[in-house]
Design a protein around this ligand. Sequence first.
Ligand SMILES: Nc1nc2c(c(=O)[nH]1)N=C([C@H](O)[C@H](O)COP(=O)(O)OP(=O)(O)OP(=O)(O)O)CN2
Ligand SMILES: [Zn+2]
Length: 136
Amino acid sequence: MICITKKIEFEAAHRLSNYSGACSQIHGHTYKLEVTLCGPIDPETDMIMDFKNLKLILQNTVLSHFDHSLILKDNPENRMIFADYSGKVTWMETEPTAERMIEWIVREVSRILPQGLALTKLKLYETSGSYASWEK
Ligand SMILES: Nc1nc2c(c(=O)[nH]1)N=C([C@H](O)[C@H](O)COP(=O)(O)OP(=O)(O)OP(=O)(O)O)CN2
Ligand SMILES: [Zn+2]
């Protein structure tokens, strides 16, 4: 099986509201995302998908949603703390852990992939030493 992988980075801040420790404070990460998809090689292009098109898909999903945003669980505590904040906030139903963010990414990217192509593996790094991964 032939696969291709695109890596992107984005900047975001978050806080874990149910966490006792430093991560309950607002802090930022340079998230690094690796997205792998597999499928047949198109004989017209000799590609599974143009890396440029995969980048565009990730820009229209992951980056538009998370890049340079403050990612928060939608709960009464956060709604109160950030009531007067007018910047970009990405509200999630869950805590914005790497695991939950990767779930969101798998769901949203899968929705707009061309037919015949399937996500097979994702890695989302919060720090150089910590990442969540997903495999089909
Ligand atoms: N399973 C998870 N554990 C933690 C998450 C997470 O998303 N999933 N997130 C955090 C915090 O957001 C924290 O910013 C990252 O934690 P950690 O990797 O411990 O941070 P370090 O700065 O110590 O990372 P190094 O790679 O060791 O420098 C907490 N836990
Ligand atoms: Zn964090």
